[in-house]
Design a protein around this ligand. Structure first.
Ligand SMILES: CC(C)(COP(=O)(O)OP(=O)(O)OC[C@H]1O[C@@H](n2cnc3c(N)ncnc32)[C@H](O)[C@@H]1OP(=O)(O)O)[C@@H](O)C(=O)NCCC(=O)NCCS
Length: 206
């Protein structure tokens, strides 16, 4: 029995579990979350321990972090890797990924996503259901591309940024680090680090 450990027993964690099991690479998932022992199930899978119990395992399973907060997800992944855990990459078999795309460890690609030629995706990213990442895009670590969001060719997204559900970004635009782009926005200009932008066309509100 090959088990994938998932840190973070969230709704997102359930989707990661479904994707992981659909690959056939693992037979079972085991969640670790600080809600344990009060909470022992996430969907149909067991929560078997806390964050500390995962870190203390001597027989280290493959692991992926399913924490929604981008920077926390990356930090936990880096801590696990430093402890000698093998960090998995999960690509749902119903996603379409170009053979020339590069996807780093700890990233999940959900069902229906399309990742096209020469795309580079960093560690601990989430490419959510039905997202489209067109040719030559470059995503740094810990980026979340929400369901149905489309990046045209050559878009760059900085570390820790989150593009909400149904966002469109036109070609060759650059989005900085730790940027939040609100649901449904259309990005037609570059954005600097640490801003929130919403609307059509997207404008900075914070
Ligand atoms: C952008 C966002 C982060 C702002 O959240 P917030 O900081 O709590 O901001 P508020 O809800 O206080 O809204 C601030 C203003 O922006 C407007 N606004 C918020 N989100 C907006 C959006 N997506 N599009 C257009 N306007 C938006 C609000 O109406 C409000 O306007 P007002 O000041 O005129 O009343 C949030 O609304 C959002 O879009 N989150 C993305 C959620 C998502 O995609 N989830 C997918 C999970 S996989």
């Amino acid at each position: 029995m090959t088990t994938l450990a998932i840190l973070g027993a969230s709704g997102h964690g359930k989707v990661v579990a479904d994707a992981a099991l659909a690959t056939g690479l693992w037979d079972k998932v085991a969640f670790y979350d600080d809600a344990w022992p009060a909470k022992t199930k996430n969907g149909s899978s067991d929560i078997v321990g806390s964050t500390a119990s995962l870190f203390s395992l001597t027989d280290k399973p493959a692991v992926i972090v399913a924490i929604g907060n981008n920077n926390v997800r990356l930090a936990k992944q880096q801590e696990l890797a430093a402890k000698g855990f093998a960090v998995a990459t999960v690509v749902h078999p119903a996603a379409t990924v170009s053979s020339s795309a590069v996807i780093e460890r700890g990233t999940v690609v959900m069902a229906g996503a399309v990742i096209n030629a020469d795309v580079k995706i960093g560690h601990a990213c989430i490419i959510n259901s039905n997202a489209v990442v067109e040719h030559d895009c470059k995503l740094a670590a810990a980026v979340h591309i929400s369901p149905g969001t489309c990046l045209a060719g050559g878009v760059e997204v900085g570390q820790g940024s989150w593009l909400g559900i149904g966002v469109s970004v036109i070609q060759l635009k650059s989005i900085g680090k730790n940027v939040m782009v609100g649901a449904g926005a259309v990005v037609v200009t570059d954005f600097p680090d640490n801003v929130t932008a919403v609307g059509v066309p997207a404008k900075i509100i914070k």
